[in-house]
Design a protein around this ligand. Structure first.
Ligand SMILES: [Zn+2]
Length: 169
């Protein structure tokens, strides 16, 4: 796994002065450190993790969003979802894997998967701010949607205010 913190520091848990500085300046959060160490510890068991670039992790209302490099979602979802399950069990939260630096649509599709995103548009409010309206397709068998967490994640990760609606059948 690749990350802003050195693999050596992540493995040993004893941070060098540069990694300490990153943590102190809040360039890297405690959650980032915790999740990066966890992913690295799973690398021997799940080798596709070696290819993953870990950007950061964000917590919101019982959900942990793990931000990885472009194209890395599939590496994390490999092994039949076992990596995500292992992370979820350790942190006691549901886990979403998202890619850093992608277009809004890709970000929102990953955020709401397995629900289909039908439409995305921007709404301008009278005060000059914007909201991003997302219309999702209802899915009978999809797990219940933790809307509060999804909105918070979108805000923390992309500075996006979401308005979520469902398409009528
Ligand atoms: Zn270090």
């Amino acid at each position: 796994m690749k990350a802003a913190l050195c693999n050596f520091c992540l493995k040993s848990g004893i941070l060098c002065s540069e990694c300490q500085r990153r943590l102190k300046s809040e360039e890297v959060s405690k959650t980032d450190l915790e999740v990066a160490r966890l992913l690295l510890s799973l690398e021997d068991k799940y080798p596709t993790l070696q290819e993953v670039y870990f950007h950061r992790a964000v917590e919101a209302n019982g959900v942990l969003a793990v931000l990885v490099g472009q194209g890395d979602v599939r590496n994390l979802l490999a092994h039949g979802g076992k990596i995500i399950r292992a992370v979820g069990e350790k942190v006691g939260k549901r886990v979403r894997v998202l890619e850093h630096g992608v277009e809004d649509r890709k970000f929102l599709e990953d955020l709401f998967a397995p629900l289909n995103v039908i439409t995305i548009n921007t709404i301008w409010l009278p005060d000059g701010t914007t909201e991003t309206r997302v219309i999702l397709q209802r899915h009978r068998r999809a797990p219940s949607l933790n809307l509060k967490a999804m909105k918070e994640i979108a805000h923390k990760v992309r500075g996006m205010t979401l308005r979520v609606e469902f398409a009528r059948r």
